[in-house]
Design a protein around this ligand. Structure first.
Ligand SMILES: [Zn+2]
Ligand SMILES: [Zn+2]
Ligand SMILES: [Zn+2]
Length: 353
């Protein structure tokens, strides 16, 4: 579903670096706003940087000593056994279900079912489809237990083509639980699909770790950067399954083409992206929003819309100042400054003591 944040907007008038800007009907040239590095490195980096700045503002722009932070990972359940292939050279390798001991050179088998004929492809795409609902139920449950909880969420593709969730969680110190309790409460949340009524739950492989942002500031920044790189590394990859087996991906695509995306969906004629993205829908990255009664993830109320507005205001102000300057010079200066402004905007963490 498209939101105002997905629509190329007038406010993204800093074009520097975009390799495929386009002209709108109103005659304005705007960024392509791609999130995929191979399509436009500049826009993908801006996207990642904007989100990273929002993530940081939920940690460092408030009274950190009053909060506890967690890195919570939630995965999909099993839909059949898959090949186990190590990710790094020299990693400890256990024997795979197929009997072989795989090495990194078997990367094309990673996440691929041992038996494609019996693998539950329909179940997997239906789970991807319903994972948004499941996260919504999980979020509500955590709010019931710990009312101060706020989230920053990144959805990532596993090799087998299932989504999983990396979440930064913030809870007021006075009510902060042990990581294991938070993890278990999240992992055991469940839902019933609004499309087919099926029971939807998380897999067993979840994980929850706590980190403190007060005390040793440098250590906290290091940890958060690490966590952010970790959770955002896939946000700018092409959306799609991670498995490199075409056969596996083709079967997933077919299953996604046939699954119903809503109770009234006629899959063959339905234009929803659910059918072309292995069942997934919704945003790759999101953060809990500010409301009348809640702070939202960002302590300062920072959103991507606000970031674009700030960039636009800055460029407009600079353009007004440079009006009398030679056009070519002005464009060069503007682009350089806009680039710097963009970087500064997303690396506030660098100026922290
Ligand atoms: Zn671009
Ligand atoms: Zn194997
Ligand atoms: Zn549909």
């Amino acid at each position: 579903m498209a939101t105002p944040e997905d629509t190329p907007s007038q406010s993204d008038s800093t074009l520097s670096g975009c390799i495929r800007p386009f002209l709108t009907k109103s005659g304005l040239t705007v960024r392509c706003q791609s999130r995929v590095r191979s399509q436009c490195p500049s826009c993908a980096e801006l996207y990642r940087g904007d989100w990273a700045a929002i993530a940081r503002s939920g940690v460092f722009d408030g009274p950190v000593q009053n909060f506890r932070f967690y890195l919570l990972t939630l995965t999909a359940p099993s839909f059949g056994r898959v090949h186990r292939v190590p990710k790094a050279e020299g990693a400890k390798v256990s024997r795979c279900g197929c009997g072989a001991r795989h090495s990194v050179t078997d990367a094309n088998l990673r996440g691929v079912p041992l038996d494609e004929a019996s693998y539950d492809y329909a179940g997997l795409v239906a789970w991807n489809r319903d994972s948004g609902l499941l996260w919504d139920r999980t979020r509500r449950r955590l709010r019931d237990y710990w009312p101060s909880v706020e989230f920053f969420v990144v959805r990532e593709w596993q090799d087998r083509g299932a989504l999983h969730l990396h979440t930064l969680v913030r809870i007021a110190r006075a009510e902060a639980p042990r990581p294991a309790l938070l993890g278990e409460s999240a992992r055991t949340a469940n839902a019933f699909s609004k499309v087919d009524g099926a029971f939807v739950s998380w897999g067993e492989q979840g994980d929850c770790q706590a980190f403190r942002a007060d005390g040793d500031g440098a250590k906290a920044i290091w940890y958060l950067s690490k966590a952010l790189n970790y959770v955002l590394k896939d946000a700018v990859r092409a959306s799609g399954g991670g498995a490199r087996s075409w056969g596996h991906l083709a079967r997933l695509s077919t299953a996604a083409r046939m699954v119903r995306c809503s109770p009234g969906c006629v899959p063959r004629d339905c234009p929803s992206h659910t059918h072309t993205r292995y069942g997934a829908r919704g945003h790759v990255v999101s953060a809990s929003r500010r409301t009348k009664n809640r702070t939202g993830w960002s302590f300062t109320g920072m959103t991507r819309k606000r970031q674009r507005e700030l960039r636009s205001e800055w460029v407009t102000a600079q353009a007004a100042r440079a009006e009398s300057a030679p056009a070519e010079w002005a464009v060069g200066v503007l682009e350089a400054r806009a680039g710097r402004a963009g970087r500064e905007l997303r690396s506030r963490v660098d100026v922290l003591p």
